[in-house]
Design a protein around this ligand. Structure first.
Ligand code: F6R
Length: 241
């Protein structure tokens, strides 16, 4: 496991985008998978700037969805689909045929099958860029999810539903998510975990110190041979102490 710690969110985002950019340059045609949400926004913006400067070609890659709120689609503010399209796929001019994300309004089992098939047909996941929830979830793999779970519909924890309200402009009664499973994520050639802010310090420390503990889904990544963690100082400070 390789941990990179930067002073601020901006520095962390730029360092991580550089790292992903180098991967893109050397691995055209591989499948990337990005978490939606607050943490990756700076990275996605940096990647678009790098493309504008002619440093990388984002359309040379394929993109698989990581997760979605069941019942939410592009038209719902806060859906992963809307976040990724508006903040990345559209401004980065990624051809639609290079993208397969989850449609939260469609059947979750069929969506999972389609996203997993897309990944398989394109040669497997090259790099997964994951955020971490306040309760330790990665994608929507909630604490307690089996390491053998390849993906599918999942009952959301109370924490995920409550914290998730920050993305929405109205109150939803969400119960389920659909996600790539831990098994699929650990099979990715490279895994990147990103976190910032003091509020994530405890969960980051536990998720990196523990090994394969179902209470901390990200702890299954610690034994991955190509695992890279990008943090700001605030998210790192409990690891130091
Ligand atoms: C979203 C996802 C989630 C988030 C996590 C952290 O696609 O996979 O696991 O990465 O909830 O969200 P933020 O970055 O908003 O704190």
């Amino acid at each position: 496991m390789n941990i990179v710690v930067k002073e601020s969110y901006e520095e962390m985002s730029s360092a991580c985008a550089e790292y992903i950019g180098e991967y893109i340059k050397a691995n055209s045609g591989k499948v990337l998978c990005f978490a939606a949400g607050d943490t990756p926004l700076g990275i996605l913006q940096n990647l678009i700037k790098m493309q504008e400067k002619g440093e990388i070609n984002l359309a040379s890659m394929y993109y698989a969805g990581l997760d979605e709120w069941v019942e939410l689609g592009y038209e719902d503010k806060g859906s992963c689909k809307q976040f990724m399209e508006d903040n990345f796929y559209t401004p980065a001019k990624i051809p639609v045929e290079n993208i397969r994300v989850f449609d939260g309004k469609a059947n979750p089992d069929e969506e999972t099958k389609a996203v997993l098939e897309f990944i398989k047909n394109k040669g497997g996941l090259g790099m997964a860029v994951l955020g971490i929830g306040m309760n330790g979830h990665i994608g929507f793999n909630e604490p307690g999810t089996s390491v053998d779970f390849a993906g599918g519909k999942i009952l959301l924890s109370e924490s995920s539903v409550t914290v998730g309200q920050k993305y929405f402009n109205k109150k939803y009664n969400l119960k389920y998510g659909v996600t790539l499973g831990i098994k699929t994520l650990v099979e990715s050639e490279k895994v990147v975990l990103i976190a910032n802010g003091e509020k994530k310090a405890d969960i980051v420390a536990n998720s990196l110190k523990e090994k394969e503990n179902p209470a901390f889904p990200a702890s299954y990544l610690t034994t991955h041979s190509d695992y890279h963690v990008f943090l700001d100082n605030a998210a790192y400070f409990k690891i130091k102490s």
